[in-house]
Design a protein around this ligand. Structure first.
Ligand SMILES: Cc1cc2nc3c(=O)[nH]c(=O)nc-3n(C[C@H](O)[C@H](O)[C@H](O)COP(=O)(O)OP(=O)(O)OC[C@H]3O[C@@H](n4cnc5c(N)ncnc54)[C@H](O)[C@@H]3O)c2cc1C
Length: 397
């Protein structure tokens, strides 16, 4: 489909590996270039709604991930200060029956490893580590070139930028765009399940309060509880794994109910990262380059859809390249057109969730009242547009 040249993928994270697998599946050779010298266990939990699990199932990766995944029974929303459970929206069997796939929570390292194992086994995919482009050469008519710090070069029919929030490939597609920090930080820990105290370890728990919110859910096949505390804070490092002091976190959760505070007080170590301002580029491609995942549309984690959107992008890209095998520009236009409105809707929903989570005073009381009086099953169906998505798209491959 792309002739003798492979497609070059810059970035071997969730989006990059998913792109490699979807493209290999439709007969395209892919060379992946990852900046890190090796993949290590960095990061913590990631939620995978049925829309994300559907992509993994189609790639044959869900089966190998299943034993490491948890299926929370509900999304339990708590009033942060009082600890009152405001609603329990059913997940578990209920969402799987409605949306066609389960709702999973996993450790990012498990998800990444499952994608990596599948990619390494695929003869159409090569992965090069320690390989960040120093230049991207767009001057040739029929190909694109990358140069690396050691002088090596690579040529491809196209380049897919899957290099995350601080994307280098994006500099070519949207040279005027400057990423920024959002003013939120995420503190996270992974608690052994026996240290979770009174927390309900079978649910995705979301504790709301005006200055911070806390989300927890099971990971590592239910052996541990991933906890994330999101606070407004100007710190702006760009690493995923900066160690944080427990005293900082305990100060941030001081307004929360004792049951939550007690469990968080048992955590042995905390890490932090600074959340970027949401990104939604108008343009996702230029010439022979297209962007996927966070490079094009990084999100605040208030709707838990960052990884899911990268996975969906991968499917959409493969669909577009199959539809326009000899016309890269039309393929990339089709890809962008098929994704933009959905990603924009998810992006807005995520920003809106952030506002709702952090309401204070009478507005917070009104929010709590609505959550308490609305039947949980009705609340849950409001997200079917999000989670049932993807059946038609993946069937097209
Ligand atoms: C180490 C790490 C830990 C994370 N932990 C969490 C977490 O705990 N919870 C959560 O919700 N999200 C986490 N994320 C973010 C989450 O994975 C993404 O938001 C989501 O999966 C979208 O995926 P993506 O492929 O667009 O970006 P990412 O998954 O961020 O992948 C980008 C990849 O590109 C590589 N890269 C960056 N620049 C270059 C370059 N110039 N050349 C070559 N390669 C490059 C990066 O090393 C990375 O492997 C983490 C991301 C990373 C990289």
């Amino acid at each position: 489909m792309t002739g003798p040249l492979p497609i070059l993928v810059v970035g071997g994270g969730i989006g990059g590996l998913a792109v490699a697998l979807t493209l290999a599946r439709v007969g395209i050779r892919v060379d992946v270039f990852e900046r890190a010298p090796e993949f290590s266990i960095v990061g913590a939990g990631i939620q995978l709604g049925p829309n994300a699990v559907r992509v993994l199932a189609d790639l044959g990766v869900a089966a190998s991930l299943a034993s490491r995944a948890s299926s929370p029974t509900a999304l339990a929303v708590y009033d942060g200060a009082g600890g009152l459970c405001l609603t329990r929206m059913p997940l578990g069997a209920s969402i799987a029956a409605r949306c066609g796939e389960p709702y999973w929570t996993v450790h990012r390292a498990d998800l990444h490893q499952a994608l990596l194992t599948a990619a390494e086994r695929n003869p159409a995919i090569s992965i090069r580590m320690n390989a960040a482009p120093t230049t991207i050469d767009t001057s040739a008519r029929d190909s694109i070139g990358i140069t690396f710090a050691d002088g090596a070069i690579a040529a491809g029919a196209a380049l897919i930028g899957a290099d995350g929030i601080w994307s280098r490939a994006r500099d070519v597609v949207a040279p005027d765009f400057v990423p920024a920090h959002s003013g939120y930080c995420a503190y996270r820990t992974v608690l052994p399940i026996e240290r979770a105290g009174d927390l309900d370890t079978t649910v995705v728990g979301a504790w709301l309060s005006p200055r911070a919110h806390v989300v927890h859910y099971p990971v590592l096949a239910g052996c541990a509880l991933n906890v994330v505390v999101i606070v407004r804070e100007p710190w702006s490092g760009d690493q995923w794994n900066t160690p944080a002091q427990a005293t900082t976190i305990m100060r941030a959760v001081a307004p929360f109910a004792p049951g939550l505070r007690d469990a968080l007080g048992l955590a042995r170590e905390w890490h932090t990262w600074s959340l970027p301002q949401p990104i939604l580029l108008e343009r996702w491609h230029r010439g022979r380059i297209a962007l996927v995942g966070d490079a094009a549309h990084a999100m605040l984690p208030f709707f838990a859809q960052g990884a899911a959107m990268a996975l969906e992008d991968a499917t959409a890209l493969a669909v577009a390249l199959v539809a326009f095998p000899d016309d890269l520009v039309s393929a990339f236009e089709h890809y962008h057109a098929s994704r933009f409105r959905r990603v924009a809707r998810v992006q807005s929903a995520s920003i809106r969730n952030g506002r709702i989570f952090h309401l204070s005073g009478p507005l917070a009381m009104a929010r709590n009242a609505v959550l308490q009086v609305t039947p949980a099953a009705i609340l849950a169906t409001q997200f079917d547009w999000l989670y049932a998505y993807g059946r038609a798209e993946t069937e097209a491959l």
